[in-house]
Design a protein. Structure first.
Length: 356
């Protein structure tokens, strides 16, 4: 009889609950982990309550966590049971042609490096499966707690990828739209890449305080009118060099294009959970010839990414603890943490569940 485990799952669009499933099968290159720290994501909210990926039935949720290895496949070289590991949200197939072309996050198809809680069960189970363990896991360094390590799964790499996609350079004026946890890491990433003026769009005091800590120099409130009009007024009509979109809707691109200088670049890391099309304003886009570049991308995954980002934390370049505002102890509180992300109380940035 197959060993069973419990997990918190999407039952169908708009419905979640605890279910029982078979213990995952470990392939020769793979690992099975038990969670040590878990964090829900707004992406889980989009997936369940907006049906952004289409319907999923009895799929265990979650893609952010730190784990302890309980089993490895026969061909795994660098990890063993008992190792505490960083687990990226994106776990590519590293032998794919897409990975060889430099787009590992799309290995075998669009966004298919995103496996957890998309194509297979996620990390909100008593055990979870990681493909290509040597390529995707990284040891949790001494000096980084499991709770902090959970921030390295998705929030840090996604936010930093926004700064990479926007190609932030020394002295650039940068607009970051949305300062939830991903946007805060976009602020931090842009600051580390040398941004000059760093304008953040957001209203919640807890997020504004954190954005200031991470390097924001100015703030804009979408409640005070169109973002682009405020930014153009702040910049003497010139606009900004770069825009990072880490929140908003399909309509946010219009304001981003209007706020951007000719020759500028927009990096989008926002998960667009609804809407069929993105409208680009014709005139402000230079009637198609304004050299205003728009790039959207899924965060890179993999072991090297995890090791490099953890180095920033270990060497005092990045303090991820500022993201964590709510903590729970015990696997049974995964549901409570996810509902916090759904409801987004004013004092929330990110909840984490610690599992003994």
């Amino acid at each position: 009889m197959a060993k069973k485990m419990k997990g918190f799952a999407m039952l169908e669009i708009g419905k979640t609950g605890w279910i029982e499933k078979d213990y995952p099968t470990c392939g020769p290159l793979d690992a099975i982990c038990r969670p040590l720290a878990l964090a829900p994501c707004t992406s889980d909210v989009h997936t369940v309550w907006e049906g952004a990926l289409g319907n999923r039935h009895d799929m265990i949720l979650g893609h952010e966590g730190v784990g302890e290895i309980v089993e490895v496949g026969a061909l795994v070289k660098d990890f063993k049971p008992g190792d505490k590991v960083l687990v990226p949200a994106i776990t590519p197939d590293w032998n794919s042609l897409e990975a060889q072309a430099g787009f590992s996050m799309h290995s075998t198809g669009m966004n298919s490096g995103w496996k957890f809680s998309n194509f297979k069960d996620g990390v909100f189970g008593e055990y979870f499966h990681v493909n290509d363990a040597d390529g995707n896991l990284a040891l949790l360094p001494e000096g980084i707690s499991p709770m902090e390590g959970a921030m390295l799964s998705d929030m840090v790499p996604t936010g930093f990828h926004g700064a990479e996609l926007a190609d932030v350079q020394y002295g650039d004026s940068v607009l970051v739209i949305g300062i939830g946890p991903v946007g805060l890491m976009s602020v931090a990433g842009a600051a580390l890449r040398g941004a000059g003026r760093l304008i953040a769009v957001g209203t919640r005091p807890v997020c504004k305080e954190a954005a200031s800590f991470y390097g924001a120099t100015d703030f804009v409130s979408y409640k005070n009118g169109p973002i682009d009009e405020q930014v153009l007024e702040m910049t003497g009509g010139k606009g900004v060099d770069k825009v990072i979109i880490a929140g908003g809707t399909v309509d946010t691109f219009q304001e981003a294009v209007k706020a951007l200088k000719p020759g500028g670049r927009i990096g989008n890391v926002n998960y667009l959970g609804s809407g069929e099309y993105i409208n680009i304003p014709r005139v402000e886009w230079g009637v198609g010839m304004g050299h205003k570049n728009i790039v959207g991308g899924l965060m890179p995954g993999g072991r090297l990414r995890m090791e490099k980002l953890s180095s920033l934390v270990l060497n005092g370049r990045l303090d991820v603890s500022k993201l964590i505002t709510h903590t729970f102890e015990g696997f049974e509180h995964v549901e409570d943490a996810l509902m916090l992300m759904k409801d987004k109380p004013a004092d929330l940035i990110k909840p984490v569940v610690i599992i003994k």
